[in-house]
Design a protein around this ligand. Structure first.
Ligand code: PAP
Length: 341
C-alpha cells in the first residue's frame, strides 16, 4: 500500500529558508546586455539609470526586468507587493507576510520569522532576483507566494497586469516629499557627501530611480480604479493613522479575512505590534552592525528603519522647495482623482 503523502507545505514561507545562496553562472545581462547598452543613460548619485519603457530604472535591473516581463509565470494565488522606493516597502512586506502566514506563524509567537529575519529576507525582491538570474528560486516557494517589486504597473508582465492569472498586486504610496527625504538618508549611507539638492532635483524632473514618481503612482492608481479586486492601493500615511484597519483591508484583499474568533483573540493587533516600527527597529537582526539586506547593492539592515513618521520633509526642505514639488505633483495628477494632502 502506498504511504499517505504529506500535505504540500503552504506559503508564504521566508524566502531565506529556500535560498541556498547559490548564484547562477549566467545572468540576464549576458542575454540582454546589448539591448540595455542602447538605452538612454543617466548617472544619478550612486546609480546608473537607463530609460526603459518610460521609466528610469537602475541599469542592473533592466535585463532582469526583460526576463520578468517575458518569462514570469504567475500563480493564481500570488500576491505582488509594489511600491516606489522608500514609500513603505519594508513595512508592507512585514504586514503582508505576518498576515498571510499567520496560520503557520502566530504573530505573537516568540519564534515568528519576522523576529529573526528582516522583512526583505522574508519576501523576495523580484527586481533583484531576476537581475541576478536567480528566479528559479521563486519556483521553490510554496503557494501562496509573496514577492515585491519597485517596477511601475505598466512594466509588470502582461499576465499579471491583465489580472488573467488571478494574481493580485498591493501597492503602497507615500507623500513624495517624505519619500525624497527618506531616499536621501538611505543613499547617504553609501555616499555620505550626497547633497539634498542632488536628490531633490532628479525627483522634481522625473529622473530619479524608478521615476517619474507621479507616473509610477498613477500607473497603480489607475489599475486599482479599474480592477479593485486585483490591485489594492494603500497609503503610508493611512497605515500610520490606522494600521489595524489597513491590515484588515490587506487580509481581505489577499483572500484571508480575519475570522470573528481571530478578531476576538487580538490577531490583528498582534500583526500590527509585530510589524510596528519600534518593534522591528529594536530587533537584534535590524540593529546597526547586524548585517545587510539586498543582493546587488547590499545595504545595512538598520538603514530600512530610520524615523518612520509622516512630515519629516519639513526638517529638510524650505517651504519653497516643498511648494515646488507639491505643485509639480498636483499638476501631474490633475483630473485623475488621486491627490496627496
Ligand atoms: P525600500 O523601498 O528601500 O525597501 P522602504 O521600506 O519603502 O524602503 O522605506 C523605508 C522607510 O519606511 C523609512 O522611512 P523614513 O526614512 O522616513 O524613516 C523607514 O523608517 C520606514 N519604515 C520601515 N519600517 C517601518 C515600519 N515598520 N513602520 C513604519 N515605517 C517604517
Amino acid at each position: 500500500m502506498a504511504a499517505a503523502s504529506s500535505p504540500a507545505p503552504s506559503g508564504p514561507i521566508p524566502f531565506k529558508d529556500v535560498d541556498d545562496g547559490s548564484v547562477p553562472e549566467h545572468t540576464p545581462k549576458d542575454e540582454f546586455g546589448d539591448l540595455v547598452a542602447a538605452l538612454p543613460l543617466r548617472q544619478q548619485s550612486i546609480l546608473e539609470l537607463r530609460l526603459y519603457q518610460g521609466f528610469w530604472l537602475p541599469e542592473h535591473w533592466v535585463p532582469g526586468t526583460i526576463v520578468f516581463q517575458r518569462r514570469f509565470a504567475p500563480r493564481p494565488d500570488d500576491v505582488i507587493l509594489a511600491s516606489y522606493p522608500k514609500c513603505g516597502t519594508t513595512w508592507l512586506k512585514a504586514l503582508a507576510f505576518a498576515t498571510a502566514a499567520r496560520g503557520a506563524y502566530p504573530p505573537a509567537g516568540a519564534g515568528h520569522p519576522l523576529r529573526r529575519l528582516n522583512p526583505h529576507d522574508c519576501v523576495p525582491f523580484i527586481d533583484e532576483i531576476f537581475a541576478g538570474g536567480e528566479h528559479a528560486k521563486l519556483d521553490l516557494l510554496p503557494s501562496p507566494r509573496l514577492m515585491n517589486t519597485h517596477l511601475p504597473y505598466t512594466l509588470l508582465p502582461e499576465p499579471v497586469a491583465r489580472g488573467g492569472g488571478g494574481c493580485r498586486v498591493a501597492y503602497v504610496c507615500r507623500d513624495p516629499k517624505d519619500m525624497v527625504v527618506s531616499l536621501w538618508h538611505f543613499l547617504r549611507r553609501s555616499k555620505p557627501d550626497l547633497s539634498f539638492a542632488d536628490m531633490f532635483e532628479p525627483v522634481c524632473d522625473g529622473t530619479a530611480a524608478a521615476g517619474p514618481v507621479w507616473d509610477h503612482v498613477l500607473s497603480y492608481w489607475r489599475a486599482s480604479v479599474a480592477r479593485p479586486d486585483r490591485v489594492l492601493f494603500l497609503r503610508y500615511e493611512d497605515l500610520l493613522r490606522d494600521p489595524a484597519a489597513n491590515v484588515r483591508k490587506l487580509a481581505e484583499f489577499m483572500g484571508r479575512p480575519f475570522s470573528a474568533s481571530e478578531e476576538d483573540a487580538g490577531a490583528v493587533a498582534d500583526v500590527v505590534e509585530l510589524c510596528s516600527f519600534d518593534q522591528m527597529k529594536g530587533l537584534e537582526v535590524n540593529k546597526p552592525g547586524s548585517g545587510t539586506a539586498g543582493r546587488y547593492r547590499a545595504m545595512p539592515r538598520d538603514a530600512f528603519f530610520r524615523k518612520g513618521v509622516a512630515g519629516d520633509w519639513a526638517n529638510h526642505m524650505t517651504p519653497e522647495m516643498a511648494a515646488r514639488l507639491d505643485e509639480i505633483v498636483r499638476e501631474k495628477l490633475q483630473g485623475t482623482g488621486l491627490h496627496f494632502a
